[in-house]
Design a protein around this ligand. Sequence first.
Ligand code: 5AD
Ligand code: SF4
Length: 475
Amino acid sequence: MYNDNPTLVGINKKIDEAKQGQVFFKESEEAKAGKHFYIESYGCQMNFSDSEIVASILGEAGFQATRNIEESDLILINTCSIREKAEETVRKRLRVFNKIKDTKPGTLIGVLGCMAERLKAKFLEEEKIVDLVVGPDAYRDLPKLVATAEDGEKGVNVFLSREETYADISPVRLGTNGVTAFISIMRGCDNMCSFCVVPFTRGRERSRDAYSIVAEAADLYENGYREVTLLGQNVDSYKWAHPEGTEEVNFAQLIERVALVHPDLRVRFSTSHPKDITDEVLYTMAKYENICNYIHLPVQSGNSRVLKLMNRTYDRDWYKERVEAIYRIIPECAISSDIIAGFCTETEEEHQETLSMIEWARYSMSYMFYYSERPGTLAERKYEDDIPLELKKRRLSEIIRLQNHISLEHNKRDIGKTFKVLIEGNSKKSDLDWKGRNSQNKMIVFKKEANTQPGDYVKVKITDATSATLKGHQV
Ligand code: 5AD
Ligand code: SF4
């Protein structure tokens, strides 16, 4: 769920190198006179989505977004805690912001997101330049906290809510291509995977009002968008009950409602949990052409003992059964995964089982990491982080090598096929080429034909493939 390059490790920087600081914002007259903010996002798609909520809240309060960090009065960094590396990246950025503050002392610096939540007021001691520390459920409080900070007092709110879903806030689309957008459908996570810091930084799981989700999708469609990705840490446990008790909506019903917004609006979602993904979801995906044939189904490890230590609550056989169900009900479906190498006590044989799972499940791609112990997690408290770094890295490189090979094979099988592709924009390498995705979420690059533009669906025949991209021509 973190980026579209299957081979990248230490992913937290990545998307962001492409996107960070790219803020597009309609200038209202009121805002022009007011103050400017600049926001950078790291980590998962949820953080990028949250930054759009932050932009909306600050916009309402008269702040205008800017892409020029030098002209901003308020610099915000939306942070990720998932691995140590992610936090290091943020601290490095803070040092850069510090230099800017040296030349413009009035500039306020705010830390948002998971690191803010994890470190709370401690952040202010550790990083003296920080003026604001705001957790993921406290963004409505930002205008007040900024005002406090302007008066010279540090502003902190890391209160985690059981209700906040920002359902009523219309996100301001940042760095948008005008074609694809994220919609956050739930917040928090109740799963307590032993390696994961998310339940501590994002709090309890709660689902957003289904009507507000459908309305946001419809609004995006009206505004020219052609693809929405529904976001949650564990989308399959989405459950929203009407406050008057008149109806309950589960995830399968939600994707159906979003699919019905318009047949030309593609629906994607992330992340699915192997213990929760139901056949009902799979049948709904099969029923609607515009629900994409792609499931991100993190396995984490291919070995049942390690999965138990990870508290994933499924074993190897359960996972394989779910993969079989996917290929049976949606034969054209692509599956991707998250994999952790070198979790506590993992043996060589257990690592081999992860490798064999990659081959067996035929992942189109995976996000691959070595285990990074996080303070406060169950694993940190219960198990020794006993796999030496060198060994973790070796296992990870074996995983990456195999996945690259499987991705290449997966992609080569597409040569000669024709796909319906949604054009997203110029390819990275050439303005003469479009890039877009097929239903399986594969990036496809092809020559621009006359009278085509981003947001169009076109048929593309595949002629060439690498492990990361397909190439073809319009037919
Ligand atoms: N170390 C390494 N990888 C982790 N992930 C989550 N926590 C850790 C950790 N402590 C990975 C998992 C998860 C993805 C978002 O990040 O694979 O699915
Ligand atoms: Fe973390 Fe597990 Fe929740 Fe994903 S499902 S956010 S890995 S605790």
